[in-house]
Design a protein around this ligand. Structure first.
Ligand SMILES: Nc1ncc2ncn(CCCCCNC(=O)c3cc(-c4ccc(F)cc4)cc(O)c3O)c2n1
Ligand SMILES: [Mg+2]
Length: 214
């Protein structure tokens, strides 16, 4: 049977990147998506904004909602100091299987814990599964209609603390209107929009950075 796009993306990493070199894995995926097949990675332009927020926050505990092929997982994990853990949740087993291999190719498997399942089911188990009290940083990049219910769930599970940073992808394209309205009008968040473009295109998109105020 024909290969899938994530499998072709993985093959491009294995053929073009250097094992154990996260930057070469990132560059190989960006090259594949620009010159062979578009894929819904956060991409290089929004990825640079993601990098700067991760470096500013220096999280000791981080969560990613929506792994896909592991591109943003590698971007985040490569910036984390030793001893920190990035937990990433992926619903689709085929995506998860590719992501595990991309993360391993980058040599970052010891900094990442990929959990298969739906965010709505897994978020309430974060404490019992990992002993996580609160997350310093959350990258939101999964189903666009799950952004709002899942941050409310993070609040209810007391997994956010004063100063926790949420960074949400695709707030313009495909768009997350209810989420944006909430974080921009809630007294519990201070929100800022980083204008950019949909990965590998000229279409407008952006990231919304929101600080939880408690
Ligand atoms: N609950 C739960 N828990 C855990 C989970 N893990 C995965 N999922 C399901 C998420 C499935 C992928 C989500 N990502 C996107 O849909 C996405 C789409 C575009 C895009 C597409 C076509 C266009 F024409 C324009 C833009 C661009 C992006 O950057 C995107 O991130 C989960 N769900
Ligand atoms: Mg996205």
């Amino acid at each position: 049977t024909r290969s899938t796009r994530p499998q072709r993306l993985l093959r491009a990493v294995q053929q073009k990147a250097i094992k154990g070199d996260p930057q070469s894995v990132i560059s190989a995926i960006d090259y594949f998506c620009r010159h062979s097949e578009w894929a819904m990675n956060v991409g290089d332009e929004k990825g640079s904004i993601l990098d700067s927020v991760v470096c500013e926050v220096c999280p000791t505990t981080a969560l990613e909602l929506g792994t896909y092929c592991g591109y943003s997982t590698v971007r985040i994990a490569r910036l984390l100091p030793p001893g920190t853990k990035l937990i990433t949740l992926e619903f689709n087993p085929a995506f998860a299987a590719v992501a595990r291999q991309v993360i391993e190719y980058a040599g970052l498997q010891n900094k990442v814990c990929l959990v298969e399942g739906a965010s709505g089911d897994l978020i309430p188990k974060m404490c019992q599964m990992f002993g996580i009290k609160t997350f310093d940083f959350v990258f939101i990049d999964h189903w666009k209609d799950r952004y709002l219910p899942d941050i409310k769930l993070l609040e209810e599970c007391q997994l956010l603390r004063k100063g926790s940073i949420l960074l949400a992808d695709n707030v313009i394209c495909p768009g997350t209107p209810e989420y944006l309205e909430y974080v921009r009008n809630s007294p519990h968040y201070e929100s800022k929009y980083f204008k950019s473009h949909l990965e590998y295109t000229k279409v407008e998109d952006g990231l919304e950075k929101s600080v939880f105020l408690g």
